[in-house]
Design a protein around this ligand. Structure first.
Ligand code: CO
Length: 262
């Protein structure tokens, strides 16, 4: 894992801009979440998100995103259902009662980025699924608690891993969190596992997207033929929660959190 790259430090003015784009991200994600119900398609959720971006004069950093020769991502939202871990492409799939769906959404505005994800129930869900969602959200916040000046980068992932594995789940290794700012993906990588006390010291002005992906069964990942959709190899459930968080002298500031959100 590469811990050594240069992490950009945001000025007060840049943090204000990150806060603004973060709030748009959180508000739209919350509005999406309110639309989730049995019968809606993931494509309809994506259409709503696209309209909301347009209405607010914002851009999508996801649309046509094409890292390392992958086919350009064809939507503004990632919608990953049940055993899909991340990067599910919205389409004609209808949600049904008992499903869980991860909504992963990003915004670009005036050169800055917000990135957030939440996994939510579709109607009543099993106790097994409910517990997975609760633990995954909590593992994110265990990581957030470590985001204070003077701690080290690997303290975040170590805290996430201890919380998730403590409940008998596995954490996905193949995808990691990331620095965020003028780019959606900046250094450093932020894995959801590892030993504490390693890597760079955290400083006021760093902004990171922390995004644990937690599986009921094996951590192993398979990519579907669309080139994007990541699913669990064993077909068991996976959950994903993400926030964009600023490290400040006053403590962690969750830039993508809005009233009523995760
Ligand atoms: Co992200």
């Amino acid at each position: 894992m590469s811990y050594g790259e240069k992490i950009s430090l945001k000025s007060r003015r840049e943090l204000d801009q990150m806060r603004e784009v973060g709030q748009h991200t959180g508000e739209i994600l919350l509005a999406l979440r309110e639309r989730v119900q049995p019968g809606i398609t993931t494509g309809e959720l994506n259409d709503f998100a696209g309209k909301e971006l347009k209405r607010r004069g914002l851009n999508s950093p996801f649309l046509n995103y094409s890292p390392g020769g992958l086919p350009p991502y064809p939507a503004v939202l990632c919608a990953s259902v049940n055993d899909e871990i991340v990067h599910g492409i919205p389409g004609s799939r209808e949600l049904k009662e008992g499903d869980i769906i991860s909504l992963d959404f990003g915004v670009e505005s005036q050169g800055f980025h917000g990135d957030s994800a939440v996994t939510i129930p579709v109607g009543p869900i099993s106790e097994k699924a409910r517990k997975l969602l609760e633990t995954t959200r909590d593992s994110l916040y265990q990581g957030v608690e470590k985001m204070v000046p003077g701690k080290r980068l690997s303290d975040i992932g170590a805290a996430v891993q201890i919380r998730a594995e403590g409940d008998g789940y596995s954490v996905v290794r193949q995808f990691v969190g990331h620095g965020i700012g003028r780019q959606m993906h900046e250094p450093p990588q932020v894995p959801n596992y590892g030993s504490p006390g390693r890597g760079q010291r955290l400083q006021h002005g760093m902004v990171l997207a922390v995004e644990p992906m937690v599986n009921v069964g094996s951590e192993k990942v398979r990519i579907l033929d669309d080139g994007w959709t990541a699913v669990t190899v064993d077909g068991q459930l996976s959950a994903h929660f993400e926030h964009t968080i600023a490290i400040t002298d006053a403590g962690p500031e969750v830039l993508t959190r809005v009233e009523g959100s995760h």
